[in-house]
Design a protein around this ligand. Sequence first.
Ligand code: FES
Length: 346
Amino acid sequence: MSELVTLTIDGVEIKAEPGTSVLRAALENGIYIPHLCDHPDVSSVGICRVCIIEIEGRRPTVSCKTPVEEGMVVTTSNEELEKTRKINLELLVLNHDYNCQSCAKNSQCKLQELTRYIGLDEERIKAMREPELPHEIDDSNPYYLRDLNKCVLCGICVRTCEEIQGDGCIDFAFRGIKTKISVLGDKPIAESTCVTCGECVTRCPVGALVPRREMEPTYEVETICPFCGCGCAIAVGARGGKLVSSRAVPGSPASGGTLCVKGRFGLSFVNSPERLTKPLIRKDGELVEASWEEAISYVAQKLGQYKGDQFAAIASAKCTTEDNYVMQKFTRAVMETNNIDHCARL
Ligand code: FES
């Protein structure tokens, strides 16, 4: 491990790993610096300029892009810095849709947090504000909504798509006041190469990207995603006995804290009225509900009619490792064949 760097932030001496940004070093040591476009999962770009600081002997700069240095003396707040920070925040808020009450991110919005912390002159903002919301809500994706009227152009979604998902389907488009996050050809998101992993949705700090969800969960339970053999940890949210949400568990060794479309948005089958909960046996061409005893005896009797290569089994990633072990043991030892495969490999 390399030697730690010692620096002073607001009169407090702290130590940090070389290469750490001043912002991260401050936050890790309980010193808050307002910030918006920085996210620990992706690279820093220094877009919002809210995290501005002063370093002794230098001009003001952004803390998210400045690495710690030995002996550095940092000031995070003084009159001049707060004035600049406020102007930078005003520029971000200026054309943001202010309908916070109806926003799905209300009370979890980073912009709300910043406006509360820094404070804004509402009258000044109102005077500069465009009267119309310029963007239509993009509801083309079945799992999330895109409302660019709430986008603050922090670019976290762009970096997430590029650096975490490796898709790169979104980017900054157009220039000046017309700048927005868009896809190739400025089409609806559903017509892009978006794979609906939802990673951008989970990291969006405002209400620009929100999951389509009928209800918010009242409690969560950690479990393993049932869709394939990767074993990604998920936290499923429930409300009134129904599964209503799913999110990645940070630090999961299998997933690295990310999820695919199935694990994040594909669990509605749990409460689907079309879900099979009882076995069906085909009688006279019709599938008829049966008891488990009847179904198991029926399968046992049928299995007795086949042996060796007449038989093949496909196991499921939705079963436990133990279930799958028994399945292959049964196939090899009882049915006397190696014809066994698993859906996670298909
Ligand atoms: Fe540093 Fe946005 S958080 S510039």
